[in-house]
Design a protein around this ligand. Structure first.
Ligand code: PMV
Length: 342
């Protein structure tokens, strides 16, 4: 084999029950559940050639070389070499881009690391002449960024050992097949409250859970919320889903506010937006929110509520968004190959 090139798009995901705290090599302290997004994706191509004397890895992001990304890429390759022995005797040219604005504050590690992991699995499948192993892609993605392991599936995915879900484990995510049809079209409008670089990386954030006074209670809460959310995903009860996801989002932020080195990741606009969403839901409207480890708000609502939600966002919430920006996203179908395999 001289040269081989593969190209995949893979989505970002939003967690409903959050992973926050880890141990060992990227193993979660508690199980989590997310859905893959439809519009917020990374597109990554990987070209491999037999290793010569030159550079081992070349990485370009949106057409430009990015030396600052190299340590993360090299660490990823070190961690996955035991899974893909061909890594040892090849050099790699990686080109990546995101479909969402780079400075938007949307975490791109889940989409980019899952896209890269799937590319490696595709290369392996072509070398060995067998189908792509998505379970292995999930393991490899996890070694790049924990939450990335959930992005290799469309719809809903669960990661982390729980007695409440068969086949669940800490090494890779599994698809949650029994989800009510109303939730398969769930909408996520991502309000970009703050475009700046996050004050704390997720690596540091996970680290703050070690020795945190409330860590054990938080892990128990997440386990209990997994047990609560699984039947809700089947019945399609939006209001109960909303109770769980809002508690999860606020607990994640509460953990950061109460760690030994505390962080407040809300911006004033975050609090305005989530308060207004809570008020609206208390009047019986099917609208909810979740948050990542940052200031942006994911507004979650059923497809049947799109018109009212958009009107509410435009009239009342957009004023709190940086440059009036938001992204309309929803549950997606998962990764897809872009160029047919050569
Ligand atoms: O995958 P990481 O290490 O960037 O952690 C992501 C953690 C959260 O996004 C805050 C929660 C989650 O489960 O995705």
């Amino acid at each position: 084999m001289k040269e081989l090139r593969v190209k995949w798009q893979s989505p970002s995901n939003i967690a409903l029950v959050k992973y926050w705290g880890k141990h060992g090599v990227q193993l979660p302290a508690n199980p989590s559940i997310s859905f893959s997004l439809s519009e917020s994706r990374s597109e990554t191509s990987v070209t491999i050639c037999p290793r010569g004397g030159g550079e081992r890895f070349r990485f370009r992001f949106e057409g430009e070389s990015k030396p600052s990304f190299m340590p993360k890429i090299e660490q990823f390759f070190e961690r996955v070499t035991h899974l893909f022995p061909f890594i040892e005797d090849h050099s790699f040219e990686i080109d990546s881009m995101n479909t969402f604005p780079h400075s938007s504050g949307i975490a791109s590690s889940a989409s980019s690391m899952s896209a890269l992991a799937i590319c490696l699995c595709d290369i392996e499948s072509q070398i060995e002449g067998r189908p792509i192993d998505m379970q292995k892609a999930s393991i490899a993605a996890r070694l790049g960024s924990g939450s990335a392991c959930r992005s290799v599936f469309g719809g809903f995915a669960l990661w982390g050992d729980t007695p409440d879900f068969e086949r669940s484990n800490d090494e890779f995510a599994v698809r949650v097949p029994e989800v009510h049809s109303d939730f398969m079209t769930l909408q996520d409008s991502i309000l970009l409250i703050d475009e700046g670089v996050k004050p704390v990386s997720s690596t540091v954030g996970h680290g703050l859970m070690v020795g945190h006074s409330f860590a054990q209670s938080r892990f128990e809460q997440a386990r209990a919320n997994i047990a609560r959310i699984l039947p809700v995903l089947k019945t399609g009860d939006f209001m109960t889903l909303a109770d769980i996801v809002e508690q999860e989002a606020l607990s994640l932020h509460a953990m950061m506010m109460t760690s030994d080195t505390p962080y407040i990741l809300f911006r004033p606009g975050t609090i305005e937006v989530i308060s207004r969403i809570m008020d609206r839901r208390r009047t019986g409207e099917p609208i909810s929110f979740t948050l990542d480890a940052g200031a942006n708000v994911h507004v979650i609502y059923p497809e049947t509520y799109v018109d009212k939600a958009q009107q509410f966002i435009e009239e009342e919430l957009l004023v709190f968004c940086a440059n009036g920006q938001y992204i309309c996203d929803k549950v997606g179908t998962g990764p897809q190959t872009v160029v047919p395999s050569q």
